[in-house]
Write a protein that binds this ligand. Structure first.
Ligand SMILES: [Zn+2]
Length: 148
């Protein structure tokens, strides 16, 4: 995984496509690859490994995406939709970072804030993945279904 050029190019392309669609293409985004599986401890209901994560630095508009073995396994299974969903989600964290930094709601628990943050991030990720078109007859913008 660490030296597989087509895999790394695919990950890079997906992150930069996401960044362009989300309006954060001016950010300097780096990708690192980690060969070790890590259990997801943030979500109690998940009995899963972390696929990817992101570190966002708003001050310097830089971010680092950490790609882990589950993404490599998606690549081996040709699950490009899974790779796209994962890497779009991580990139969407750049969009929501300033909002989570502003949050100061003492009546909310840390878990509730994290859930809201994850939901908002996932929503932005999905909006960026959807192709939409303008219907001339209805004069409306229509979203296509998410490609799986
Ligand atoms: Zn997330």
């Amino acid at each position: 995984m660490l030296t597989h050029i087509p895999f790394k190019k695919c990950c890079n392309d997906l992150v930069f496509e996401a960044a362009r669609k989300m309006g954060v293409s001016h950010w300097k985004i780096g990708l690192t690859y980690v060969n070790q599986d890590k259990k997801d401890t943030e979500h109690e209901s998940y009995d899963d490994f972390v696929a990817a994560s992101i570190c966002v630095d708003r001050r310097y508009t830089t971010a680092t995406v950490k790609v882990r073995p589950p993404v490599w396994r998606m690549w081996l299974k040709k699950d490009f939709a899974g790779m796209k969903t994962t890497l779009f989600h991580e990139t969407a964290h750049i969009c929501t970072q300033h909002m989570i930094d502003l949050i100061d709601l003492p009546y909310k628990t840390e878990d509730e804030i994290k859930d809201a943050w994850e939901s908002l991030t996932e929503l932005i990720s999905r909006i960026a993945q959807q192709d939409f078109c303008y219907n001339v007859e209805d004069k409306k913008i229509a979203f296509n279904k998410l490609k799986k």
